[in-house]
Ligand binder design. Structure first.
Ligand SMILES: N[C@@H](CCC[C@H](N)C(=O)O)C(=O)O
Length: 255
């Protein structure tokens, strides 16, 4: 099987052109392909498929092999992959598990429209919201030295969240228009270098507090930017912007 490897701010994915529907959607196979020692190695695997009403369809799996909800960085990488395959010219519309997404690509920078967010709820002082995937957002100090794995694993496996799981984001304000976000991801069950839906969720809580329309976001794997319009407690016109790159391509035996 031919595959491509992409990364978006260090969140890395095995990418497969599955327009011929030949890929075996088997949890064990996907987990093995994503394994960093016994496989290609990635935070997730993404299939590009045809859809009669859109430029393409996104099917996303976490590195544990399970199909999951929306992946923001994966969506940006898939747009770069579809552009590489000449599926569209500069703007596209695709369908993912959380609904329709628009995207634009200019000089390797992908701007991806995320779903509207209607509610932000609270668990104590921490925010809980869905940006296509479920996210817990906690503001912390000295984030560079924060134990993201232990704290994130604890919250993700706590009574309220252990059944469905949740992605856990730790956030620190850097300046009036910039935050630093580190994320423990469900389905990877570890900290990743960046999480697009997590960056988006974190940015919205910052925009909510400070009444801004955009915020720069630093992650371990690079920089992103989130734009949004706020009306009451909800957000619309949410865009996630940043780089996504093809790293290599290869062939692998999967059966
Ligand atoms: N890395 C992703 C999030 C992927 C989904 C998440 N692990 C989940 O299962 O909820 C992103 O960039 O958004």
């Amino acid at each position: 099987m031919e595959f491509y490897k992409y990364q978006g701010t260090g969140n890395d994915f095995v990418m497969v052109d599955n327009r011929d529907l030949q890929f075996p959607k088997d949890k064990n196979i996907i987990e093995k392909l994503c394994d960093r020692r016994f496989g290609i190695g990635a935070d997730g695997l993404i299939l590009l498929e045809n859809d009669p009403d859109y430029d393409f369809k996104m099917v996303y799996y976490n590195s544990d092999g399970g199909e999951s909800t929306m992946c923001g960085n994966g969506g940006r990488c898939l747009v770069a992959f579809a552009f590489f395959l000449d599926v569209f010219e500069d703007k596209c519309k695709f369908i993912a598990i959380d609904g329709e997404h628009e995207a634009e690509i200019h000089n390797g920078i992908i701007k991806l429209k995320m779903i509207d967010v209607d509610t932000v709820s609270y668990d104590g002082n921490d925010a809980v919201l869905n940006t296509g995937s479920p996210h817990y957002v906690k503001y912390v100090e000295n984030i560079a030295d924060y134990d993201v794995y232990t704290q994130g694993h604890g919250i993700r496996n706590s009574e309220n969240y252990k059944e469905k799981g949740i992605n856990v984001n730790f956030v620190e304000k850097i300046s009036d228009n910039e935050i630093f976000v580190r994320t423990y991801e469900r389905g990877v069950e570890d900290e990743t270098y960046s999480c697009g839906t997590g960056v988006t969720a974190s940015a919205l809580t910052f925009l909510q507090k400070d009444n801004l329309t955009s915020v720069k976001v630093k992650t371990l794997g690079g920089n992103l930017k989130v734009y949004a319009e706020k009306s009451g407690d909800s957000f619309c016109n949410i865009w996630l912007e940043g780089p996504a790159k093809q790293v290599f391509k290869g062939k692998v035996d999967i059966l």
